[in-house]
Design a protein around this ligand. Structure first.
Ligand code: PLP
Length: 397
């Protein structure tokens, strides 16, 4: 047996991932993936933008680039982020290979084996696996419909062994679907100030809002720019252009940036130049704004179709959120329910989702499940939700 490092020895494929391979049958309606619909990608627009580039830009696209990112993309992305009120001039921007890499780099920068980090419960699985890969002790804090539990956060912060950071996804949470209230963010800021616990604020979905009136709630904590907190803000092109570009970013204070740049250099030297050139052209053409406005409407339509099907078919004992943006609806079932059993039945019936324990930092609590509406037509949603609902009834009564 090879002698693996302590940090990675405990990493293994979950039973849910194994079940998912069963669900790759082409006739299965999948509410499992958190990826944009293939039909929504701006294929033609990007083809035209590439065709219009001069030869020097095209050559640069094939070349290695600087570790922090191509200067032209850093400049155009700064403009994009400044429109959200983000303090780009007082911080440093680092292009990463997906925002997953940003989380991995930050984890490497802060975590020594067995050290505690604070995460939401439930939490984005990619973040959990990045933190686990450095052997962190994950401390989950419950979320409700307004955001992370302030009482839970206070208790964790008052513990003797200080956490290395707090990681949150306040804008259309994956998997809980929620949007933090402005008040909850203010309370969170007040608690973190003066603790010397950095905040990792993951904003992968904030652009995909359905309601203009949510602007205040969508303002990143990084844009509020609170005194006395090192806010590490991460974002991504994955949901607003395409995950295949593998481009994300972090906007962080100078001191944290310096370490992260060194870590990135050792990981991949630079993110793909080819897709950086494309993303830069997409921003500079202004099409990013019109494209995102279009997909927002499409996801809103898909979310409405799922809400309507859930209202019609779910038993009353299931609690769930009506999404205000993003990709997800989170169902909370009675305490004793086992979402893996429900999932097995749903797969037999022809539909699949992700069972809740995937997102539990402790990997146990399983009376919940995540449905994605981003990659299905309203017709597929209308056909698939009754299958999920009948699997829930078969297990929970
Ligand atoms: C909350 C959240 N953060 C980060 C990511 C990582 O995205 P990417 O690495 O494609 O930028 C995802 C992907 O699903 C996500 O849901």
């Amino acid at each position: 047996m090879p002698r693996f490092s302590k940090a990675v020895s405990s990493l293994r494929s979950s039973e849910i991932r194994d079940l998912m391979t069963l669900a790759s049958r082409p006739d299965i309606i999948s509410f499992a993936g958190g990826m944009p619909g293939n039909d929504l990608f701006p294929v033609q627009a990007v083809e035209e933008l590439y065709a219009q580039l001069d030869i020097k830009k095209k050559q640069a696209a094939f070349q290695y680039g600087p570790t922090p990112g191509l200067p032209s993309l850093l400049e155009s992305l700064e403009g994009f982020l400044e429109k959200k009120g983000l303090p780009v001039k007082e911080n440093r921007l680092l292009i990463t290979t997906g925002s997953q890499q940003a989380l991995n780099i930050l984890a490497k920068a802060f975590i020594d084996p067995a050290e505690p980090v604070l995460v939401e419960k439930p939490c984005f699985i990619g973040a959990l696996s990045a933190f686990r890969s450095y052997d962190a002790e994950l401390r989950g804090i419950a979320v409700d419909s307004d955001g992370i539990s302030i009482e839970g956060l206070r208790q964790e912060i008052n513990r003797n062994e200080k956490a290395k950071f707090l990681y949150i996804t306040p804008y259309f949470h994956n998997p809980a679907g929620i949007l933090y209230t402005a008040e909850r963010k203010e309370q969170l800021i007040a608690i973190l100030q003066g603790t010397n616990i950095p905040l990792i604020e993951d904003d992968a979905y904030g652009d995909l809002y359905f309601f203009e009136e949510d602007q205040e709630r969508l303002k990143p904590i990084k844009a509020i720019n609170p005194d006395g907190i090192n806010v590490c803000y991460t974002g991504s092109f994955s949901k607003i252009l395409g995950p295949g570009l593998r481009l994300g970013w972090m906007l962080v204070p100078e001191k944290i940036y310096a370490k992260c740049e060194l870590i990135k250099q050792s990981a991949d030297a630079c993110s793909p130049s080819f897709t950086q050139v494309l993303a830069d052209a997409f921003i500079r053409s202004g099409q990013i704004y019109s494209y995102v406005a279009g997909v927002r409407q499409e996801y809103k339509k898909r979310a409405a179709a799922m809400v309507s099907a859930l209202r019609e078919h779910l038993p009353d004992y299931v609690q769930w959120n009506e999404p205000r943006g993003g990709f997800y609806i989170w169902l909370i079932l009675p305490n004793e329910a086992d979402a893996t059993r429900i999932m097995t039945l749903a797969i037999e019936g022809g539909a699949v989702f992700v069972a809740g324990k995937t997102f539990d930092p402790a990997g146990r609590q399983n009376n919940s499940l995540r449905l994605s509406y981003c990659n299905n037509t309203p017709e597929q949603i209308a056909e698939g939700i009754p299958i999920v609902a009948s699997a829930i009834r078969a297990v929970c009564g």
